[in-house]
Design a protein around this ligand. Structure first.
Ligand code: 5AD
Length: 344
């Protein structure tokens, strides 16, 4: 029964809600069929190629109050940092030298960087080389989004976090689900390649709700989708809730690959933090992207979205080489291009 369902999905069949819930509740043995199906779809589209994206987390200041996030404005126990324009550009330059063709500029929702400042950063990086630039800076005005697109930004990441509107609105007292979707629509309209995504294991979330998350990604027709576990952060209101289940994340990524097909799907950093082996499995179950932090380690420690380890400090080039070796030892091939959205 599992086999039939998965193979019809490989052929393009859109499952019912009940069938999706069934797939998400499979045990390890049953899930192998799901993972194989997802892998097949991934390999038809991308072969053994994976993309490494470099991410510069340039500011940990945030005016948001997301109940799950350690960067929330209410967390006063965290030393905050902002990288200067010059420092961001130098970091990007080093990354480009190390072979990065795709850079993500991410921060908390930090109005200190106005559109002109960010625009200059983008233009300066583009002046070094035409790498893909992805912004992940949260909710901003339409004017900001328009200006930054004009300045050369290619892509934008903004997760919908959960498709359950009631849950979304409880988790985000400073904003709303409607506003989130409005931003995503504007970004698409402006011609960004758009990434969204969600967390698995949020308190109050059900399997049905996760199925809806995947369907919302389909409706948004996203170019990229980050699916990661909720990881409790002690200095937040959700600090004593259990973490999301890494195995459920793995199944969700596979389901997303089968249903959505074309988007770039990272094996998320948060998944790797909870269970490194599950992150590696994700590459055999539909994922084709991995992110590598680029900013200096003294900042990484302070970019405290959720608890994580920060390894020993090495150069950007050395860290990339190590990651490439790890990926190649899993039978993957590291892509040398920007990894733009694929249209099928
Ligand atoms: N656990 C997992 N992911 C989190 N994020 C924020 N806080 C957490 C957490 N506690 C994710 C959100 C956000 C991204 C930048 O980080 O999905 O979109």
């Amino acid at each position: 029964e599992i086999r039939e369902l998965v193979s019809s999905m490989v052929g393009g069949y859109l499952p019912t809600m009940d069938e999706m819930e069934f797939l998400l509740s499979l045990d390890w043995e049953g899930a192998q069929v799901l993972l194989e199906g997802a892998r097949k779809v991934k390999e038809e589209l991308f072969g053994p190629e994976v993309h490494i994206r470099g991410i510069i987390e340039f500011s940990s200041h945030c005016s948001g109050r997301c109940l799950y996030c350690g960067l929330r404005a209410d967390n006063r126990d965290l030393a905050r940092y902002r990288m200067e324009e010059e420092e961001i550009v130098r970091c990007a330059e080093e990354a480009i030298g190390a072979g990065y063709m795709s850079l993500v500029l991410q921060s908390g929702e930090d109005g200190w960087y106005d559109r002109w400042t960010l625009g200059r950063v983008i233009e300066r990086i583009k002046g070094i080389k035409d790498v893909a630039i992805t912004l992940s800076i949260g909710e901003r005005s339409y004017e900001d989004y328009r200006y930054l697109r004009q300045a050369g930004a290619d892509r934008f990441l903004m997760k919908h976090e959960t498709a359950d509107q009631g849950l979304y609105d409880r988790l985000h007292p400073h904003s709303s689900f409607r506003r989130r979707l409005e931003c995503l629509t504007q970004l698409k309209e402006l011609g960004y390649q758009v990434g969204s995504g969600f967390m698995v294991g949020l308190p109050g979330q059900t399997l049905r709700s996760i199925a809806r998350d995947v369907l919302l990604l389909k409706k948004l027709d996203v170019d990229m989708a980050g699916i990661g576990p909720f990881v409790p952060h002690p200095r937040t209101p959700l600090g004593d809730q259990p973490a999301g289940d890494p195995f459920l994340v793995l199944k969700t990524v596979a389901l997303a690959r089968l249903l959505l097909r074309r988007p770039h799907l990272p094996a998320t950093t948060a998944l790797g933090v909870l269970d490194r082996r599950m992150r590696d499995w994700a590459f055999h179950g539909g994922a084709n992207v991995v992110m590598q932090k680029l900013e200096p380690h003294r900042y990484r420690r302070l970019y405290d979205i959720y608890p994580k380890g920060v390894g020993e400090e090495r150069s950007i080039a050395e860290e990339r080489e190590e990651l490439e070796r790890a990926l190649e030892s899993m039978g993957l091939r590291v892509a040398r291009d920007r990894g733009d959205a694929v249209r099928v």
